[in-house]
Design a binder for this molecule. Structure first.
Ligand code: SAH
Length: 204
């Protein structure tokens, strides 16, 4: 947390407080626990990673969450970011394409007593239409574009944050919806595992 504060990039103290509340070590496989509080991404199995804490902080900050917000996360992974998001919002739906990861994440969230996070298995590029619209949408895997279904599920005044670009290097993009209009901003370069699915990269 000191590293995040020292970076000077995380200016929203609520985000730092939220991250201080969630034990990242619990979401990291035992073999990597020694590095759980280093500012690095770590493997969680199935070729996937738990994101670097600074990136989690910056994405969470960019969502400008309010306590009443309903949030959609695409790419549950370990469940860590979902737990952080829940600290700052009312409810989180999170979608993971790899069933074993979704299951593990749901178990850990339950073990830690994190309520109002619903873990779903499926193709998150299609969003979660049953519970839409969302005040905030965050995509934690890199796709070729912002998946159109996610924009369609963004509430008026809502914010979406997603890594967008070629497979090995993306730009973090924030999109705000104002009625029928959307406004995009570029938040800087990032590198994420690929978003695989119908509105992402081909999965096969
Ligand atoms: N937010 C996670 C990090 C996720 S890594 C955490 O805090 O640990 C990205 C995750 O996105 C991986 O688990 C990957 O399987 C998942 N993913 C990739 N494409 C997806 C899709 N179309 N729908 C849902 N999840 C997807």
């Amino acid at each position: 947390m000191d590293q995040l504060r020292a970076s000077g990039l995380v200016t929203d103290y609520r985000v730092l407080d939220a991250m201080a509340e969630v034990p990242r070590s619990e979401f990291v496989p035992p073999a990597h626990r020694g590095a759980a509080y280093d500012d690095v991404a770590l493997p969680i199995g199935h070729d996937q990673t738990i994101s670097q804490p600074l990136v989690v902080a910056l994405m969470t900050q960019a969502l400008e969450l309010q306590p009443t917000d309903r949030v959609l996360e695409v790419g549950t992974g370990s469940g860590y970011q979902a737990a952080v998001l829940r600290q700052l919002a009312d409810h989180v739906d999170t979608v993971e394409r790899i069933p074993a990861l979704a299951e593990q994440a749901a178990e850990m969230l339950e073990e830690l007593g994190v309520d109002r996070v619903s873990v779903h298995t499926g193709d998150g590029t299609l969003g979660w239409p049953d519970e839409a619209p969302y005040d905030a949408v965050v995509v934690t895997a890199g796709g070729p574009e912002v998946p159109p279904p996610l924009l369609a599920q963004l509430a008026d005044g809502g914010r979406l944050v997603a890594p967008v670009g070629p497979r090995h290097a993306q730009e973090l993009v924030r999109v705000r919806r104002h009625g029928d209009r959307t406004v995009s901003e570029d938040l800087g370069p990032v590198a994420f595992v690929p978003l695989l699915g119908e509105a992402g990269w081909p999965a096969a």
